[in-house]
Write a protein that binds this ligand. Structure first.
Ligand code: TRP
Ligand code: SF4
Length: 327
């Protein structure tokens, strides 16, 4: 039987951080062992918010590809490619927009939230409203069965499924399968300050932070606010530091939990140990990055091979869709 197909993507917003490793990349590297995988750098999606300032886009895309490869995405197993290099994404996006009710997009919670939260860019554009339509096209072009994403993307997956049902019904076809969201199993990492880890809060540890930066960031991390003296019993579940142990080491997770709740370890020491663990974890990733940064030609070759693999599938799907639409 043919392998099931997995599709996912990321907007190229710069170097990745630990949240991406835990929330996406660790999961992707596992999936590629079992499934046929397509991983896409979503430059059109990035432009929907960065259209006024595209200067960094190219460098960010390269950084993205390097981070993926450094974290273990294997180009022999997975296709890595750039969205704008496969023109069928826009073609299918337009076709899907024919049948997507405006109300669905206007009511989409991610859309409403972004419009409310983002105040340094004008997002009241035609393209930005259609963000989930292009995302649906990304997924459907490859007829993906599974889409590994974070919780924040669930509304887009649901919209994709609604579009699939409508398309298949209207054109009396089973052209598109309904894709399933695959949520990562791990606990969510908190930011250094206890809020959600996010680029815009500047509260993250980058995959390429040097050891001394990691140590400094970990020392400044938010801990259980009720813990004042070393001997106070702590509440690890209210502590950013603990969320890292929980995500990265099942061995230390239990140990730290016990010592913290019994007041048997001080926060300074606990943080020192975490910093050491993170430095060790990131060392092989950073070594790989350094080697890849010296070989840009190799990265471009991988992206070009990925594009060829993607085109093969994309052309077939579009031919089928054009036929259904009598064009
Ligand atoms: N919207 C996704 C994000 O911001 C990126 C993305 C674009 C994507 N196209 C996709 C994710 C298709 C999954 C499938 O993270
Ligand atoms: Fe957090 Fe560790 Fe301090 Fe407990 S001992 S509150 S887990 S830093």
């Amino acid at each position: 039987m043919a392998k099931k197909r997995i599709f996912s993507g990321m907007r190229p917003t710069g170097k990745l951080h630990l949240g991406h490793l835990v929330g996406a990349l660790t999961n992707w590297t596992k999936l590629q062992e079992e499934y046929e995988c397509f991983f896409m750098i979503a430059d059109w999606h990035a432009l929907m918010s960065e259209y006024e300032n595209p200067a960094e886009l190219k460098a960010n895309m390269l950084d993205n590809a390097i981070d993926w490869l450094s974290c273990g995405i294997d180009p022999e197993k997975s296709a890595i490619f750039i969205q704008s290099q496969v023109p069928q994404h826009l073609e299918l996006s337009f076709i899907l927009s024919l049948i997507t009710p405006l109300g669905l997009l206007e009511r989409c919670p991610t859309y409403k939230e972004q419009l409310r939260q983002v105040d340094n860019r004008d997002l009241s554009t035609y393209a930005f409203l259609g963000y989930p339509v292009l995302q649906a096209a990304d997924i459907l072009l490859y007829k993906a069965d599974g889409v590994p994403v974070g919780e924040d993307q669930l509304p887009h997956l649901e919209l994709t499924r609604q579009i699939v049902r409508k398309f298949n019904h209207l054109y009396k076809t089973e052209c598109f399968p309904e894709p399933k969201a695959l949520l990562a199993q791990t606990t969510r990492l908190l930011g250094l300050d206890g809020r959600k880890m996010s680029k815009s809060y500047n509260n993250y540890i980058s995959l390429s932070d040097a050891p001394e930066i990691i140590r400094k960031k970990v020392q400044g991390m938010f801990t259980d606010p009720e813990r004042i003296r070393v001997t106070d019993c702590g509440h690890p579940d209210k502590c950013s530091v603990f969320s890292y142990y929980a995500a990265f080491s099942s061995h230390f997770k239990q140990k730290v939990h016990d010592r913290c709740t019994k007041g048997a370890i001080g926060c300074t020491e606990c943080k020192k140990e975490l910093a050491a663990l993170l430095v060790d974890l990131l060392m092989p990733i950073q070594e790989k990055r350094q080697a890849l940064e010296k070989d840009k030609k190799y990265i471009y070759e991988i992206l070009s091979a990925g594009k060829q693999k993607a085109l093969l599938v994309a052309e077939k799907t579009i031919a089928q869709v054009r036929e259904l639409l009598k064009i």
